[in-house]
Design a protein around this ligand. Structure first.
Ligand code: ADP
Ligand code: MG
Length: 245
């Protein structure tokens, strides 16, 4: 068996007695691109919130490369190699594309503990290569606030790429995108998934088909089905609760 990068076991969280995620087991392999689908309120975002440390589980375990994430706080989880993109792009609108990418580069601290940072060639190379990947190499000097919604989504993916996470978590990355931008995003995700693991939450089934290898279907905080796109599409339970309407 090839290595698991993420093992989620018996994960549960209740909000005032309501179990948003309920005894979930979820495993992701090294270099796997996993898509998670499910109706609104299924617990998809809450699952990502718990992996990245934003929400504390009520029970269960989240192991990332044999480190228990449930006992770590957000910045430690980021530093361990888990990068998360939220549903709404959170870029710095007043900064340029270049500056947004630059501030996302992990900063080093000197012996006195203060931040030191200058635009070393290694950082410039990285910014240029990331900008090319996210289709924004012509927009490096543009203020992020002037980008289209889709371009802001790409920029946020680029900001994650600056940190080179081993596991990337993306929550509805094509929300608000045009058909053309969706296709470009599918290509982008397939490219950047090489050499890392990725979990993508998505609603848009046409988009899911473009990128999916293995698909996990959540429903009411539980695992409903898991398999190839074809397997889950033909699964009676999935059709009933999700795809049927
Ligand atoms: P999805 O992303 O699959 O649409 P969510 O994970 O956002 O679903 O939400 C799952 C359920 O948990 C929803 O019913 C939502 O209202 C509830 N929920 C999520 N976060 C909280 C919270 N912080 N407090 C109370 N209820 C929450
Ligand atoms: Mg959600």
């Amino acid at each position: 068996m090839s290595g698991l990068i993420l093992s989620v076991e018996d994960l549960t969280v209740s909000f005032d007695g309501f179990k948003a995620v309920d005894g979930l087991n979820f495993y992701v392999e090294e270099e796997e691109l996993r898509v998670v689908i499910g109706p609104n309120g299924a617990g998809k975002t809450t699952l990502l919130d718990m992996i990245c440390g934003k929400t504390k589980p009520s029970g269960g375990s989240i192991k990332f490369k044999n480190r228990q994430l449930t006992s770590m706080i957000e910045y430690q989880i980021t530093r361990a190699g888990v990068g998360r993109k939220f549903q709404n792009p959170s870029v710095y609108e007043d900064l340029t594309v270049l500056e947004n990418l630059e501030i996302s580069y992990p900063k080093k601290r000197n012996v006195f503990g203060s931040l030191f940072f200058h635009r070393a060639p290694e950082i410039v190379d990285k910014i240029e290569s990331v900008a090319r990947q996210i289709y924004l190499d012509e927009q490096l000097g543009t203020k992020a606030g002037l980008l289209s919604h889709g371009q802001k989504q790409w920029l946020e993916i680029g900001m994650l790429l600056m940190q080179d996470p081993e596991l990337m978590l993306l929550d509805e990355p094509v929300a608000g995108m045009s058909a053309r931008e969706r296709e470009q995003t599918a290509d982008l995700l397939k490219r950047i998934a090489k050499g890392r693991s990725m979990v993508v939450i998505e609603h848009d089934m046409a988009f899911v088909k473009m990128i999916a290898q293995k698909v996990t279907v959540l429903h009411q905080g539980k695992l409903l089905a898991e398999g190839t796109m074809e397997q889950v599409q033909n699964d009676e339970r999935v059709i009933d609760v999700y795809l049927g309407h």
